[in-house]
Design a protein around this ligand. Structure first.
Ligand code: PMT
Length: 406
């Protein structure tokens, strides 16, 4: 992971109870010898004191846009220029909205407008506020402009609600900060990644699908792109903004995904099959919405399914211009054994075994992976413990690069 020594990091704190966790984040940054300057919004001062933050960061804490003494030491424009990275933790719904519209009515928003440094947000708010369409839209817009987000996590909230809106843990934000400084070691590489769930139509309004959100595949895409690779994602049902610099092909069914994969794979160095592809599709797709027969005596209905093509196996079987092929294996039992079987049977170069029992993996912020790859007759393995999907993506890429270069 990236060394943060001598990196100039502005930590912006907005008003939210999670602000107390930012003190630990600053401690972690100081421990790795980063230079930290803290900027507080007026609302943040209700949760953490400038004195504490000054003691932890070792620097004067900036609080006001119109503070003559602060302007004498390091003015807000100088601070904006000084920063290698601006981290807003916690980032409140209000601050996210103001950032989106380009407000400059306090020191932190002005600094964000004046800086050319990348911005990383760690949103934290009540789960209802987080799920509001306007908050989601604000975040999506900021992300398309290159602002990165870490979290929020789901769980119990200070207000008593349970849901998504808790600020990521300091260690997770710290890792995301490290990722902001990654070297472009994938320049010249091209990668195709399948992500999300396929949908197999039953009729014009119904389909068979699964819970894949595309987060793991998009995290890999974001990480690869940040490291300088040319990245194409073939996305099934994915309700996420496209990471910056990534080309996106939207598809619906497994057959669509296969077509896109066959077209893309020969022109790319690496093919990663992270999508959760439906193994079967309805044998017949009704042209009109299927109706319940009111005269039907039985309470059951039988669907006939036919097997979908295996996309990753098709790509791995290519005779010409075959890319390095990485599969995933989502299993709820005997995870390692099934994954190793898929590695060999589908002729993959590497497989990421994903234990998805008890709600793990699918549509989660975090994931854990066991990697397997072949070297002659021997199968090697490496465990990547639970981490944010971005962090995990980076570690998977490190492992892929080691094998790909051989
Ligand atoms: O999207 P998220 O919510 O972030 O969740 C991530 C994930 C759990 C979906 C992801 O980490 C994962 O494990 N993806 C693989 C899911 C899967 O369908 O696994 P599988 O064991 O059924 O398939 C094995 C491999 O064959 C996979 O690489 C799959 O993409 C591929 N496959 C499967 C069927 C098919 N017809 N064609 C395929 O290419």
């Amino acid at each position: 992971m990236e060394n943060l020594q001598n990196k100039n990091i502005v930590i912006g704190i907005t008003g939210g109870i999670a602000a107390y966790k930012t003190i630990e984040l600053i401690r972690l940054l100081k421990k790795s010898q980063a230079n930290v300057r803290v900027v507080l919004t007026p609302a943040a001062k209700a949760f953490v004191t400038p004195l504490t933050l000054q003691a932890i960061s070792g620097n004067h804490v900036a609080e006001s846009l119109l503070d003559p003494s602060a302007e004498l030491a390091m003015g807000h424009i100088e601070l904006a220029k000084w920063a290698d990275l601006v981290v807003i933790a916690p980032a409140s719904a209000d601050f996210i909205a103001r950032l989106r519209v380009g407000m400059a009515n306090d020191l932190l928003s002005t600094l964000c407008l004046a800086t050319s440094a990348p911005i990383l947000l760690a949103p934290a708010m009540n789960q209802q506020m987080y799920h509001q369409a306007i908050t989601q839209e604000n975040l999506a817009t900021l992300q398309t402009r290159g602002v990165r987000c870490i979290g929020p996590n789901a769980g119990e909230q200070a207000c008593g609600d349970v849901g998504k809106g808790r600020m990521s843990e300091p260690a997770e934000i710290y890792q995301a900060i490290q990722q902001s400084f990654v070297e472009p070691d994938c320049q010249g590489l091209s990668v195709v990644i399948t992500a999300g769930a396929t949908r197999e139509a039953l009729d014009p309004v119904r389909f068979l699908s699964n819970h894949s959100s595309g987060k793991m595949g998009f995290a890999l895409a974001e990480d690869f792109a940040k490291r300088g690779a040319k990245v194409t994602v073939i996305a099934g049902s994915v309700n996420l903004p496209t990471p910056q610099g990534v080309e996106r092909i939207n598809i619906v069914s497994a057959e669509d995904m296969l077509e896109a994969a066959k077209k893309m794979a020969p022109h790319h160095d690496i093919f990663i099959a992270c999508a959760a592809v439906a193994d079967f599709r309805p044998a017949e797709v009704c042209k009109q919405k299927m109706k319940k027969d009111p005269k039907m005596a039985t309470e059951t209905m039988t669907l006939t399914l036919i097997k979908n093509p295996d996309i990753v196996a098709t790509i791995a079987a290519m005779q010409e211009n075959r890319p390095f092929v990485v599969g995933f294996a989502a299993e709820t039992q005997d995870v390692a054994d099934y994954a190793k079987d898929k590695l060999v049977r589908k002729n993959l170069d590497m497989i990421c075994a994903n234990d998805v029992s008890n709600g793990k993996g699918f549509n989660q912020e975090q994931n854990a992976i066991q990697l397997f790859w072949k070297a002659g007759e021997t199968i090697h393995e490496k465990s990547l413990p639970l981490a944010s999907k971005l962090q995990l993506g980076n570690e998977i890429i490190d492992a892929i690069l080691t094998q790909f270069k051989k």
